[in-house]
Design a protein around this ligand. Structure first.
Ligand code: HAM
Length: 421
């Protein structure tokens, strides 16, 4: 019979990899908590309207990539394609804004987008997401970027670029939309079908289109940066000078519009040359209208999401992430000995020792081979005859020396020995 495999684009994370995952998660938790962020855990399933309203109907994510289904004929539900909309949904649902004027939250977990799988792109992937709500101060933008860059440095990520842009606000962006619409007039024929359709609804999306032809056309377009209002220009200037104060290098990328519609003012991406076409490891930005658009009060916000798999693909495995060998292996010969091995092994585990035992009736030679392969510190040799004589053999695997220990003292002897290591 054929085995059933995982769904295309959905990946197992095997035991060899999970230590690396935990290492990154632990650094995130430690660094983020120092900046006042607290963890929130959210459901992976949300009402579809949350993402339609939050991310924007004319984005690739909402138009083509969401896993949406009618739940038993009742309502449309979606596996979350990102975390920001869910964080804000929870923030509003539990009135977190009433408790504190400024709220800092982070969450780690799987996201789902039905994209074409390729290197660095999956249909289930994971994000480390941080959101800062309640501050429109440009120093908040710099602070969250500082935290992000510190985190990337702490996990050991080297050679990345921070790209910045400003997407303006509700007073300067509509004027820029008109400029782009005018620029694209007469060039419609060269655009892909998606962009043709979006011309009337959301012409800025052309900047984010993956088609080569659209990229070629939009390359010559005017930049939003030249159309920013005084307030947005000043805001961006303060963000960049605060980054300079902390010696964080950045480049301004005027063509970066990001793939989600909620952004205002500062947006940013961390990119690398080592991931092929999927070069963004982190994406983020300010979203001063999103809380209101999701039915809440007028509260500004800014955040980012790190792509977990892409980050891991760039990291060297830290030494501590290698597998831990057992403290002791219990080799046994005969049924009575195997019973005793079973009892001792599990008793020691309950006392904090990493013990392994042999369940099968293999020869002593093959059990000793296994002990060597496991790279354990000690091997205990139990045979029915030894049990009758109430003494067993304990071999130190590092030195190769062996000693006889009385069964009555064994427990204490092992505990002392392994505690001392
Ligand atoms: P995003 O740019 O769509 O932003 O995603 C953030 C990161 O998630 C990307 O830079 C990438 O590393 C990773 N990512 C996205 N799609 C995939 C995929 N199919 N396979 C593997 N990794 C992927 C957001 O999601 C925003 N919610 C970020 C944000 C938070 N903005 C404000 N707050």
């Amino acid at each position: 019979m054929e085995i059933i495999t995982a769904v295309k684009g959905f990946k197992d994370i095997l035991p060899e990899e999970t230590e690396k995952w935990r290492f990154v998660e632990n650094v995130a938790r430690e660094v983020f908590s120092r900046f006042g962020f607290r963890e929130i855990r959210l459901p992976v399933l949300e009402k579809t309207d949350l993402f339609k309203r939050g991310i924007g109907e004319s984005t690739d994510i909402v138009e083509k990539e969401m896993y949406t289904f009618l739940d038993r004929g009742d309502e449309y539900l979606t596996l979350r394609p990102e975390a920001t909309a869910s964080v804000i949904r929870a923030y509003l649902e539990h009135s977190l804004h009433n408790a504190q004027a400024v709220t800092r939250l982070f969450t780690i977990g799987p996201m789902f987008r039905r994209e074409r799988p390729q290197k660095g792109r999956f249909r289930q992937f994971h994000q480390i997401d941080a959101e800062l709500l309640g501050l429109d101060d440009p120093r908040a933008d710099a602070e969250i970027i500082l935290m992000l860059m510190h985190f990337l440095d702490r996990v050991g990520l080297k050679r990345v670029s921070l790209e910045l842009n400003s997407l303006g606000c509700s007073s300067c962006r509509p004027a820029f939309r008109n400029v782009i619409t005018e620029f694209l007039q007469g060039k419609e024929a060269g655009l892909c079908d998606d962009c043709k359709r979006r011309l009337g609804t959301n012409p800025l999306r052309v900047f984010d289109c993956k088609s080569k032809e659209c990229q070629e056309i939009i390359r010559g377009a005017p930049h939003l940066g030249d159309f920013l209002c005084g307030d947005c220009r000043e805001h961006f200037g303060k963000v960049t000078s605060a980054l300079e104060e902390f010696a964080i290098p950045y480049t301004v990328n005027p063509g970066m519009v990001r793939g989600l519609d909620y952004y205002t003012k500062t947006t940013f991406e961390v990119t690398t040359e080592h991931l092929g076409s999927q070069n963004a490891v982190v994406g983020g930005g300010r979203y001063d209208r999103l809380v209101q658009e999701l039915g809440g009060p007028d509260i500004p916000g800014i955040g980012f999401a790190v792509g977990f798999e892409r980050l891991l693909a760039l990291l060297e495995v830290p030494e501590s992430a290698s597998e831990r060998p057992p403290d002791i292996f219990l080799a046994s010969l005969g049924e009575q000995a195997r019973n005793l091995a079973f009892t001792l092994c599990n008793q020691w585990r309950l006392k904090g020792i990493y013990a392994e035992q042999e369940f099968s009736s293999k020869s002593l030679k093959s059990q000793m081979k296994k002990a060597g392969r496991l790279n354990c510190s000690y091997t205990l040799i139990l045979g029915d005859r030894e049990i009758e004589e109430r003494k067993v053999e304990l071999r130190d695997m590092k030195t190769g020396t062996q000693q006889t220990v009385s069964l009555d003292d064994l427990d204490q002897h092992i505990l002392n020995l392994i505690k001392e290591r």
